[in-house]
Design a protein around this ligand. Structure first.
Ligand code: N01
Length: 867
């Protein structure tokens, strides 16, 4: 379309796409008084709702939630007719919004943007549209949607079929009449599952080609939920605000019910309630751990399979429709109306491509490994090049000729899913690295648009022209994104979330799974920290506050939030007895840790009376003796006992395959320095002398400890060396206390707020050792002679006051020619690595610890596996 001559070819912003995000972006930029041009290749507004017109296309988030909230009057004027509105109604709504705010005058329809190039000297984007026309703008905003580029049919012979071919994502506007036709549908994702029941109503024969059976629950569509309407009536703003800070963009209270802890009756009750409710965020919230714990997920998955079997008459078809091979929720679950029932119709047939793959599409049908089918029409419901397809396909060239396609060749890299380094003033709405497709898109879109609008306003107000993320901030966000995904089951599936549906696409988890509220907080924090992680420039000005917005592991952050909310007293304000009671109380409900073969309690002779020990023997083969690890618990020489570190000892035992002997040494202030260290040494001597009785292999003896336990383990190694024995083959020191100097930077950086505080460390030292003794190597092993000590593995956690002394001990050992493996517990605190089955991100660190123990025992048998 040609532009009227009076409109300048230069805009403050160009937006691509006139769907939900493009329309709202235009509205907000206009509010700021900026000149804006929106381009869309469609003939009207609507985005995804303009194109996806297949029969049965509906929203699958309740429409009362999947709606704009920025205009309260609009909300009063528009009433959704159903809980899940149809595509025509949603399209009508977007037209209504465009009319109401007279948005069309700044939109050019039927105009594709074919290329965009950053002009560095002019600090502008040069945008090329279909006919080769160029327009210039300061800010270039892609509102192109996450699911807008259809995946091309990657099936042999696809071009040969002579009859009509339809894509659900590009459905003819005039509709399709399948009456009397033999129809094939390929694909059983949301689009297939929504359209199949309706196509079956017309077709004389319908054959569904299914590669992966999908989880789907009945939508139970009907009027908008009365409860939501009531809540909106009572307080629209509060309801919308709750959505903005929720996990998924719909106000749903996250459950704290763990599948394993619930009775069968409670499980079924919760499942049935969610099944009857027919909402995705309900079925995904039956158990708190169903997204992270395979066993919990299996419980939900099996209950859904039971429903499928109870619905589908033919047992073989039912079994083929039962999803297997991926965890529930790790591929986008579907909502349906009569999907499984459709397979009870006599003219509908399912072809399971896992058993009988498609060999080729032919002129008149489809040939599978077992059969030839004749068809009058083929429907492809085969999905999208999701999240990145529209962005990398748009020929975007940033600074120094770098194209987005090249930059993202190994997967997308963004800061907050909003911007990417090398592409100044280039914004993506709901881009990869933002919650987008895992959330109610309407809420995520409004948040992104508001953020971008705020950012452009701030730039203008401060006289700045460009904004671009720093490499550090972007790398940090990518890492955080992957950290969030890694604690869930999501990366295990071959899903489009992982880019796995498009041959050759890099496997990276694309959306941000940390939750809408958490994400919003991160975006807000970036702004309040003076646009942390962005470089902003203007005439004669460069402003940059560099940094990483989220570097703590997400599950550690959740634990910290939980602990802080408890409002516990600071331990250092308590007596030792009170502190011990508090520690025991907080440990009461934690998971027990993995099963091991055998656990026995006993006593060993200490320097001044018996010391209790607990022995953990690994389960399973091989029979016979194992290496022995003598373990010392944490607790600042004051707290802790055999129970406190029981889950960690089980974990170490199961992972390493060694016999673990946890020894309880004497505690301060009742018995002070050097009692704990001498007890530790005595325990090691005893374990060495009694290796055979303990089921150990003589000569294969290591020590391990956490915190103050690592302190006495390290001291025991020095004492053993000085005494000429016993021979210790390795020392595993987890977040060790190895020096009494509390002035290292980590005591400042991490001194408060991460459970172990600098003040508490001081309290521990005061209880344990007189100031005059604190330089003694038996209290501060870093100050001792380190030559000739056993090989070490030292774990240092990022958010630990003791981090720097652990690192210092590793360096000092290295300098003394002792082999050392320094394991960084990235994003962890002093305590989080030890929180077995609570902090999932600690598992890889504990796996490294077990591997280090294995290396101490070169001749040891293979280790048991713990995931
Ligand atoms: O696409 P999909 P979709 N041979 O990728 C199969 C949103 N949406 O358009 O799983 C044979 O989910 C493929 O099999 P497999 C929603 O977020 C929302 O259905 O790769 N089969 C799969 O079964 C949704 O998740 C609504 O093994 C092939 C199917 O095709 C997203 O859009 C409605 C194949 C594709 O499923 C995408 O949904 C519709 C091949 N070569 C969509 N290639 C709402 O309700 C692919 N398949 C709001």
């Amino acid at each position: 379309m040609n532009k009227p001559a009076s409109v300048p070819e230069q805009f403050d912003a160009v937006v691509v796409g006139a769907g939900f995000s493009g329309l709202y972006m235009l509205y907000r930029l206009r509010q700021l008084g900026l000149s804006v041009k929106v381009f869309d290749s469609a003939g009207d507004v609507g985005g995804t709702w303009y194109w996806n017109r297949y029969p049965g296309a509906r929203c699958d988030v309740p429409t009362t939630d999947y709606t704009f909230s920025f205009d309260p009057e609009l909300e009063k004027e528009w009433t959704w007719s159903e809980k899940y509105a149809t595509q025509p109604e949603i399209l009508e709504y977007l037209r209504f919004v465009a009319d109401r705010h007279e948005l069309r005058s700044d939109i050019e329809f039927s105009t594709a943007v074919t290329a965009a190039r950053w002009d560095e000297p002019a600090k502008q984007w040069v945008i090329t549209t279909g006919g080769g026309r160029e327009v210039r703008c300061r800010h270039y905003i892609m509102a192109t949607g996450c699911l807008s580029v259809a995946k091309s049919p990657d099936i042999e012979g696809a071009e040969r079929f002579a009859g009509p071919v339809y894509f659900t994502s590009r459905w003819p506007h005039e509709g399709v009449d399948f009456t009397g036709q033999r129809v094939a549908v390929i694909g059983t994702g949301s689009s297939g599952i929504q359209s199949i029941p309706l196509i079956a109503r017309q077709a004389s024969q319908l054959t569904v080609f299914q590669r992966t059976a999908n989880f789907s629950i009945p939508a139970h569509n009907g009027p908008a939920p009365a409860e939501t309407l009531r809540q909106l009536d009572e307080g629209r703003d509060a309801y919308r605000d709750a959505a903005r800070w929720s996990r998924g963009g719909v106000p749903v209270e996250p459950t704290d019910v763990l599948a394993g802890a619930a009775s069968e009756e409670v499980r079924r009750e919760r499942f049935e309630a969610a099944w009857q409710q027919g909402e995705l965020f309900g079925i995904l919230n039956i158990f708190a751990d169903q997204g992270v714990n395979p066993a919990a997920n299996d419980i939900v998955a099996e209950m859904i399979r039971e429903k499928i079997r109870a619905t589908v008459n033919d047992p073989e078809t039912a079994e083929a429709l039962c999803p297997r091979g991926h965890y529930f929720g790790t591929k986008r679950p579907c909502l349906d109306t009569g999907y499984f029932e459709t397979f009870n119709l006599p003219h509908v047939r399912l072809v399971d491509l896992r058993k009988e793959p498609i060999v080729s599409i032919t002129e008149d049908g489809i040939e599978t490994a077992g059969e030839s089918f004749g068809f009058d029409a083929i429907v492809y419901a085969t999905g999208f090049d999701a999240m990145t397809g529209a962005l990398v396909g748009a020929d975007v060239t940033g600074r120094d000729g770098l194209t987005l396609k090249d930059k993202w060749v190994a997967g997308p890299s963004t800061y907050l899913g909003l911007m990417t380094t090398g592409f100044p003033n280039f914004f993506m709405l709901t881009g990869p690295g933002s919650p987008s497709v895992l959330s109610n898109m309407a809420v995520s879109i409004e948040q992104h648009v508001d953020w971008v609008a705020g950012c452009l306003k701030d730039l203008r107000d401060e006289g700045l022209e460009t904004i671009e993320p720093t490499e550090l901030a972007e790398a940090g966000w990518n890492q955080h994104n992957q950290d969030c995904a890694a604690i869930t089951l999501h990366p295990t599936a071959n899903s489009w979330y992982m880019g796995a549906n498009v041959p050759g696409k890099p496997r990276v988890f694309l959306p941000y799974i940390g939750g809408v509220g958490a994400y919003r907080q991160a975006c807000d924090d970036v702004v309040t920290q003076d646009y942390l992680g962005f470089t902003r420039t203007g005439p004669g000005a460069v402003r940059c506050t560099d940094g990483v917005i989220r570097s703590m592991q997400p599950d550690v952050a959740m634990v910290m939030e939980f602990v802080n909310a408890l409002g516990l007293p600071a331990m250092e304000t308590l007596s030792a007895a009170e502190a011990r009671a508090l520690m025991a109380a907080t440990a009461e409900d934690r998971p027990p840790g993995p099963e091991v073969g055998e656990v026995t309690d006993g006593v060993i002779p200490g320097p001044d009376g018996d010391l209790p020990y607990r022995l953990y023997r690994p389960a399973g083969p091989p029979e016979g003796p194992r290496p022995v690890v003598v373990y010392f618990h944490g607790g600042g020489w004051v707290l802790g006992n055999l129970d406190s570190d029981d889950p960690l000892c089980r974990d170490l035992c199961a992972r390493s395959g060694a016999v673990v002997v946890s020894v309880n040494y004497r505690h301060a202030p009742e018995v002070r320095f050097p009692a704990a260290a001498l007890d530790a040494f005595a325990a090691v001597q005893w374990a060495d002398a009694n290796a055979i009785e303990l089921g150990g292999i003589p000569g294969q003896l290591a020590v391990a400890g956490w915190s103050a336990g690592a302190n006495v383990a390290a001291v025991a190694c020095q004492l053993a060396r000085d005494a000429g024995g016993p021979r210790i083959t390795g020392q595993l020191l987890i977040c060790p206390a190895v020096d009494s100097d509390l002035t290292r930077p980590s005591y400042e950086e991490n001194g408060d707020g991460y459970i172990l505080t600098t003040a508490l460390m001081r309290w521990f030292w005061d209880h344990y050792a007189d100031p005059a003794d604190r330089g003694d190597p038996r209290a501060a092993p870093l100050r001792g002679d380190l030559a000739g000590l056993p090989p070490a593995c030292i774990v240092a956690a990022d958010f630990d006051p003791l981090r720097d002394e652990g690192v210092a001990y590793a360096r000092a050992l290295e300098a003394a020619a002792v082999p050392v493996r320094l394991t960084r517990a990235r994003g962890h605190t002093h305590t989080s690595v030890t929180m077995v089955d609570v902090v999932i991100s600690g598992a890889p660190v504990r796996a490294e610890m077990a591997a280090a123990l294995g290396n101490f025992f070169p001749a040891a048998e293979p280790r048991a596996h713990v995931s």
